[in-house]
Write a protein that binds this ligand. Sequence first.
Ligand code: G3D
Ligand code: MG
Length: 185
Amino acid sequence: MSQFIFKIIAIGDGTVGKTSIIRRFVHEEFNPKYVKTIGVSHALKRLFIGDNDVTLTIWDTGGQELFDCVRPQYYRGASGGFVIFDVTNKDSFDHLDKWFNDLNNQCSGITIIVIGNKIDLEADRVISTEEGEQYALQKGVKFFETSAKTGENVIDVMEELAKLILSERKVKTSEKTKKTVDKAT
Ligand code: G3D
Ligand code: MG
């Protein structure tokens, strides 16, 4: 069994549900009264994927999404990231490009999934599944819709990100091996 530790970050506008998704995944609960943390905090979760033992360290911004100067520390060393919007909040969807630009400036080679959260609020939805899918397609990444409140798709999206990181690592490792072999021959 191979062991891995991946740093995962969650970005997106304030109130899209980053903290709630992380809490739902790690503690299997949704607590609307959760007090906003100050400073970056992170949670651990262990997953077994095939014969891989994967520990995710999932970093929460602690509400610091507004402060540009703390972001580099937050991004450093991340293997994967969720770019999250709220399907009931058009601004949060319109700001996705800003978050993508930020990611591209701070991290190279990070594996990304776009998430549309709060799908339990169907009556208030302003961004359709198709719009979310189109956006992700144009960025060349996968798209999921979640509800931190009901838990819908939360575990699935985390597992998918871990699988994607694992498979991309394997590609990179085999490229490295190939280069070494090429050099040797
Ligand atoms: P953030 O970490 O991105 O800033 P939070 O977002 O996780 O703090 O969530 C912001 C608010 O949205 C919270 O409401 C939280 O309960 C709510 N929320 C998060 N995810 C969902 C969801 O999937 N469905 C619904 N219905 N609400 C959600 P309050 O009122 O506590 O500020
Ligand atoms: Mg938060």
